[in-house]
Design a protein around this ligand. Structure first.
Ligand code: HAM
Length: 410
């Protein structure tokens, strides 16, 4: 029989990784909580239709990357590839439009995409995300961008911010026609560019690049109110001292965006340079049969943020007390002492492997325990302070008060 291994493109979060992730979670909670964002968690799977309609039938995500399955009742379900459509589904389902607007929500959840795995790209990955639903104002876009930039700064990720505006779907349709006509006159169009002429901006060959230098830009075609919205977002970011580059070629892999789009990229990541991104999605709630509701948000990959962050100052776990057993018969007394010590607020570990006393002391030392109580039975114990090596005999009932008296916890 072959040994069973974790599926390709997935990974285990080991205890040593968990500490860095908890630190990141703490920063997300602090930065987003301070701005009034409240946590939401939606199910790991949803009706497939939600993503087909929400993310867009023509996107790579819906076309190629979803884990879709049928349940016993023949319903098509999909492991969530992203969090915005589910959060909008929850907003509609729970009548959140009746709450004071905007409703500001954040999440830290795992997502699933059947992509080719590589560094920074996995099939199950985690995102911190934030969504502000029910505000059309440019302050919301700018505030969200500032919050992501603060989160990245808090964990020491240096990233470039690219910014653009996609205007409305109607402007985009007209622009796509204009670009297609321009490209037809300049190049022989292949099927892909005929279908999606915007892809020509990603081409690396010098001839196409030269043509694209002269191509019309969507940013120059925005309707006046969309252009004004974009200008105001920039003014707010300037005022906040957040540097950005306008990148008129910025396209995101999801169809729901309108107006502002942005992406933070880091050079530490190689090919998968996108640390986090998002934008405005003023039509999505309506597309999902909710009331017309403007909204904006972002998501940032936890693994990519941690890859780009490098060292993070995580403290090793504290062990105040290790309860050692002088002989196996003392186990019930040791068990009780460990339990009471934890109730008294001490981080306490009990000997669970029947090691020799010498082995137990060595183990306690390796754990970095500050005290070791050696329990010899109902009436006898000794307490050793590991740093000084001092040891005193005492009644088992005196172990906890004695530590509390001598410790910073007292
Ligand atoms: P996204 O750009 O598809 O946007 O994903 C956001 C972030 O998730 C990426 O920048 C990246 O860090 C991380 N990510 C995506 N795919 C993978 C993967 N296969 N492995 C590891 N990390 C990955 C969204 O998902 C939108 N829902 C963002 C949003 C929220 N827009 C508005 N609100």
């Amino acid at each position: 029989m072959t040994r069973i291994q974790s599926p390709r493109g997935t990974f285990d979060v080991l205890p040593e990784d968990a500490a860095r992730r908890e630190l990141l979670e703490g920063h997300a909670k602090r930065v987003l909580g301070a701005a009034g964002y409240r946590r939401i968690e939606t199910p790991a799977f949803e009706a497939t239709e939600l993503f087909a309609r929400g993310v867009g039938q023509a996107t790579d995500i819906v076309q190629k990357e979803m884990y879709t399955f049928s349940d016993a009742g023949g319903r098509s379900l999909t492991l969530r590839p992203e969090g915005t459509a589910p959060v909008c589904r929850a907003y509609i389902e729970h009548g959140m439009h009746k709450l004071p607007q905007p409703v500001k929500l954040w999440y830290l959840s795992s997502f699933f995409r059947a992509e080719a795995p590589q560094k920074g790209r996995y099939r199950q990955f985690w995102q911190v995300g934030a969504e502000a639903i029910g505000s059309a104002e440019p302050e919301t876009d700018a505030e969200l961008i500032v919050l992501l930039s603060e989160l990245l700064e808090a964990i020491g990720v240096r990233a470039r911010l690219r910014l653009s505006s996609l205007g409305t779907p109607e402007t985009r349709t007209e622009y796509r026609e204009e670009l297609r006509a321009f490209l037809r006159a300049e190049l022989t169009l292949t099927g892909e560019l005929e279908l999606n002429p915007l892809r020509a901006f990603d081409r690396a060959d010098p001839a196409t690049r030269a043509v694209m230098e002269r191509a019309p830009r969507l940013l120059d075609r925005l309707a006046p109110e969309d252009a004004e919205h974009f200008a105001e977002v920039q003014r707010l970011l300037d005022g906040a001292g957040v540097p950005y580059e306008i990148d008129s070629t910025l396209v995101r892999g999801l169809d729901y965006y309108t107006r502002t789009v942005f992406e933070f990229t880091s050079d530490e990541l190689g090919a998968q340079s996108g640390v986090g991104g998002g934008g405005r999605y003023d039509r999505l709630i309506e597309q999902l049969e909710g009331p017309p509701t403007a909204a904006c948000g972002w998501a940032a990959g936890v693994e990519r943020m941690l890859l780009a962050a490098g060292e993070l100052p995580t403290a090793p776990p504290v062990v105040d007390l290790f309860v050692a057993l002088a002989e196996p018969e003392a186990a019930p007394q040791g068990f009780q002492l460990a339990r009471k010590a934890r109730q008294a607020g001490l981080q306490t570990q009990l000997e669970l492997s029947r090691r020799s006393l010498k082995g137990q002391l060595k183990h306690a030392d390796r754990l970095g325990a500050r005290y070791v109580a050696i329990v010899a039975g109902a009436r006898a114990a000794s307490l050793k302070e590991m740093e000084s090596g001092e040891q005193q005999e005492l009644d088992p009932d005196q172990v906890i008060p004695s530590i509390l008296r001598g410790s910073r916890l007292a």
